[in-house]
Design a protein around this ligand. Structure first.
Ligand SMILES: [Zn+2]
Length: 117
C-alpha cells in the first residue's frame, strides 16, 4: 500500500505531467528500466531524474506532509536545494535553476534531451 506521502507525490507527478517543478526535466517513478531504455541512460544517470516529494516549506521549518505543500521534483533539484545551509525559497530556487538551465543546462549537456523545450 502506498503511504500518504507517496500518494501525494504521485498526484503531483500526474498534475505536472511527469516534469520537475524546478527544471522541467522528465522524471520517472517506480521502476527506472523503461526510462533508462527510452533515454539511453545508465541506471546511475537515471537516478537524478527520480521523482521525489519536494516540500515547498521544509519539514524542519514546520512544512506539512500535505498536498498544498508538496510538488514533484527530480532528485537532483531536491538535493541541490536542500544542500545549502540556508535553502533558497521555492520561487528564488526556481529562478536560480532557470538561470542555470540557460547558462549550462543545469544537469549538464548530456541530459539536454530530457529537458522541456
Ligand atoms: Zn529538476
Amino acid at each position: 500500500m502506498p503511504t500518504k506521502i507517496q500518494k501525494i507525490r504521485s498526484s503531483a507527478f500526474a498534475r505536472q505531467a511527469g516534469r520537475c517543478h524546478y527544471c522541467r526535466a522528465e522524471m520517472w517513478q517506480g521502476d527506472p528500466d523503461h526510462f533508462v531504455r527510452r533515454h539511453g541512460l545508465t541506471r546511475r544517470e537515471a537516478m537524478r531524474f527520480m521523482c521525489t516529494a519536494e516540500h515547498l516549506q521544509a519539514r524542519c521549518e514546520g512544512g506539512k506532509d500535505a498536498a498544498p505543500n508538496i510538488v514533484a521534483a527530480c532528485l537532483f533539484c531536491n538535493r541541490m536545494r536542500h544542500a545549502r545551509a540556508r535553502p533558497l525559497n521555492p520561487e528564488r530556487y526556481k529562478a536560480h535553476v532557470a538561470r542555470r538551465l540557460q547558462r549550462d543546462g543545469w544537469h549538464g549537456r548530456q541530459f539536454r534531451h530530457l529537458l522541456a523545450t
